[in-house]
Design a protein around this ligand. Structure first.
Ligand code: SF4
Ligand code: SF4
Ligand code: FES
Length: 252
């Protein structure tokens, strides 16, 4: 079998270019294997982030033939011998080769008030939740923080909107908190303000690239938009929020 040709971005914030490598075929090879082969046999200075090689840590995100994907989950034989181009994810500042600086995401994460149970629940040894609630939260908890959804979100990518919108990853995180029946906080002020949920126009590009198949728009963003609109434009809900302590139950 012929060698597989890879064009890999080499460079840093100052500039760079694609470099060609011919990698010998290996059974079941994924793109990350090829990057490791390049490091081991051609150039040990190739910078490439990875950790689990099992599609679970979210470290090995890259743009493969223009599509944001996990390198460890992308089989080379899916490309049927055609050259494969590997570039860093574009939305975050480039550090070196395939590695970008994703620290903005961790700063956003700190701005989101964490899970806060009632004092009574905090003291209790046992929490009862319906299977439906558990299932709904489980979908959001599958997120591996690969930031592929952040990479394709046009608000962040085309409009450089990191100062206006938290991005789909953090809509998923906020949904996991807002829809938790044992959480007592309401984060719709944050969503309407700094979180910038109004900037999402539900094009679903984020859903298409999620390796965990999370229904980011249908199950997280749309219900959060509805809750935010309720809290900001429904006077009864606004009053409840002002004078009530706990979150009231919601249909979505
Ligand atoms: S649906 Fe919203 S969050 Fe997802 S990519 Fe589009 S604008 Fe971004
Ligand atoms: S929601 Fe999906 S695409 Fe976005 S960070 Fe989580 S796992 Fe990755
Ligand atoms: S190496 Fe962990 S997701 Fe790819």
């Amino acid at each position: 079998m012929a060698d597989q040709i890879f064009h890999v971005f080499r460079g840093d914030a100052k500039g760079g270019d694609l470099k060609e490598y011919a990698v010998p075929p290996m059974e079941g090879m994924v793109v990350l294997d090829a990057m490791h082969h390049i490091q081991a046999h051609f150039d040990s200075t190739l910078a490439c982030r990875w950790n689990c090689k099992a599609a679970k840590c979210g470290s090995c995100s890259a743009e493969i033939n223009g599509k944001p994907r996990l390198m460890c989950k992308t089989r080379v034989d899916d490309f049927h011998g055609a050259p494969i181009t590997v570039r860093p994810i574009k939305v975050f500042p480039l550090l070196k080769d395939l590695v970008t600086d994703v620290s903005w995401n961790y700063r956003v994460n700190k701005e989101i008030p964490p899970f806060t149970p009632s004092a009574e629940d905090a003291r209790s040894k046992e929490w009862r939740m319906t299977p439906l609630d558990v299932e709904r939260l489980f979908e959001f908890r599958k997120c591996i923080e690969c930031f592929l959804c952040q990479d394709v979100c046009h608000v962040l990518r085309e409009h450089h909107g990191t100062d206006r919108y938290y991005g789909p990853r953090f809509m998923v995180r906020i949904a996991a908190l807002e829809m938790h029946p044992k959480d007592t906080l309401t984060r719709t002020d944050l969503l309407a303000g700094k979180g910038g949920i109004g900037y999402c126009n539900i094009t679903k590009c984020c859903e298409e690239v999620c390796p965990e198949s999370i229904h980011i728009t249908d199950n997280a963003i749309i219900p959060l938009k509805e809750r935010t609109a309720d809290d900001h434009f429904d006077p009864w809900r606004a009053l409840l929020r002002a004078f009530g302590g706990r979150k009231e139950p919601r249909g979505t």
